[in-house]
Ligand binder design. Structure first.
Ligand SMILES: NC(=O)c1ccc[n+]([C@@H]2O[C@H](COP(=O)([O-])OP(=O)(O)OC[C@H]3O[C@@H](n4cnc5c(N)ncnc54)[C@H](OP(=O)(O)O)[C@@H]3O)[C@@H](O)[C@H]2O)c1
Length: 359
């Protein structure tokens, strides 16, 4: 059965793959676009990722604007959307609190109000840090009493992007609970390229890590042998997100999308290095020391790295029991993360070298 969907962030990395997946399943998708004139390019991309481009439409708008900057006519059409997928976010390092809040927190609130107002289910993309309660407490958030959080202090500790993603999650839950709306949240780990093609966008954090290895900017492995950068492949993630959206049992539920088979960071780099014939760094550098070094702008520029990105490298392990049950119930199989890493490395080496990014 074809379902009308509305997607924010449809032009982004996860968004493009979600559009391809949903449209291939026969659903119709309206995409919030700041630059709707780019619809033909987006449709071409959807086609190349295996989707049905004829089922993808643009809605002009902006998360930063009142009523998402949409016309009255577009809002009327959107009322048919049974599911609202909220992926749109300013995903960058070094954002100020004001910049990050304007899009990530206020934008999420606006999308939540829209979903509630028209009784659509909201499927929101959070982030796996929200499932690390020890980390949340360490940075000043009590998950049981989020209203008592000193948000500016959190932003100072973890940076604008992560701070705003955390705040957006609690702000959205508050709107949904006050308005009696239906929400499902999926919390992805860092997203790896497509498990078969390796497709990834150049600005993604994993693409940046691979680029740094290729360009010899990674002289040591950050953290210890306990540290890892939990991953999920983009194709597995969008399958999970779509299955969540259409599963009545997932109303009011959350899902952690993280592959617990992701190797530690040293082995991850070895997987990346292998198809490219590169050497992996032998030594480790403590995260604390690296953070200190990256606080020196020249070093950060030379290493092409940002201290904010280091928070995603962790020693914490996560309980993925609920994810396995969910995937089994929907007959979703998990791709081999090591092979996916090798394909992603090959893709980045072929298409994303020399493309600097401001993130
Ligand atoms: N990738 C990861 O590793 C990862 C991990 C965990 C969670 N997430 C979350 O997953 C979601 C999608 O991530 P992604 O990696 O696909 O991000 P991405 O590639 O950076 O895409 C971001 C999307 O948000 C849109 N956007 C930004 N500002 C906007 C605004 N003011 N109004 C409307 N749209 C706006 C962008 O549209 P334009 O084309 O107009 O720029 C783009 O479509 C985000 O919420 C992110 O926090 C990502």
């Amino acid at each position: 059965m074809s379902v009308e969907c509305f997607v924010t962030g449809g032009t982004g990395f996860i968004g493009q793959h979600l559009l391809a997946h949903l449209s291939a399943q026969g659903h119709s998708i309206r995409v919030l676009m700041r630059r709707p004139e780019r619809l033909p390019a987006l449709q071409e991309q959807v086609r190349s990722l295996g989707g049905n481009a004829a089922r993808v439409f643009a809605v002009a708008g902006d998360l930063e604007r009142e009523n998402l900057g949409m016309s009255h006519a577009d809002r009327e059409v959107l009322k048919q959307a049974r599911i609202v997928f909220h992926l749109g976010a300013q995903f960058a390092w070094g954002l100020s609190l004001e910049q990050a809040r304007a899009v990530n927190v206020e934008g999420a609130r606006r999308v939540a109000l829209l979903a509630c107002g028209q009784k659509s289910r909201l499927v929101m993309i959070g982030g796996y840090m929200l499932k690390n309660h020890e980390h949340l407490r360490r940075i000043g958030i009590d998950p049981g009493r989020p209203a008592s959080t000193d948000w500016p202090a959190v932003y100072r500790r973890v940076g604008g992007y992560e701070g705003s993603k955390l705040e957006a999650y609690f702000a959205t839950l508050a709107v949904m609970s006050a308005q009696g709306g239906e929400i499902t949240v999926v919390h992805p780990a860092t997203v790896c390229g497509h498990s078969r093609t390796g497709h990834i966008l150049s600005a993604q954090p994993l693409a940046e890590l691979i680029r740094n290895l290729v360009q010899g900017k990674l002289a040591a492995v950050p953290g210890t042998t306990e540290h890892w950068l939990p991953l999920v492949t983009v194709d597995h993630l969008v399958e999970l997100v779509a299955a969540c959206a259409f599963d009545p049992a997932m109303a009011g539920q959350e899902l952690l999308a993280l592959d617990e088979q992701t190797p530690n960071l040293r082995e991850l780099l070895a997987q990346v290095a292998q198809p490219l014939g590169l050497k992996t760094p032998k030594h480790h550098i403590s995260l604390r020391l690296l953070k200190l070094l990256l606080s020196i702008p020249l070093v950060a520029r030379l290493l092409n790295a940002n201290a904010e990105s280091l928070d995603f490298i962790q020693a914490t392990r996560f309980d993925t029991g609920a994810l396995e049950q969910f995937a089994n119930r929907h007959a979703i199989t998990k791709p081999d993360i090591r092979q996916a890493l090798q394909h992603t490395a090959t893709f980045v080496n072929s298409y994303c070298i020399g493309e600097g990014r401001a993130r």
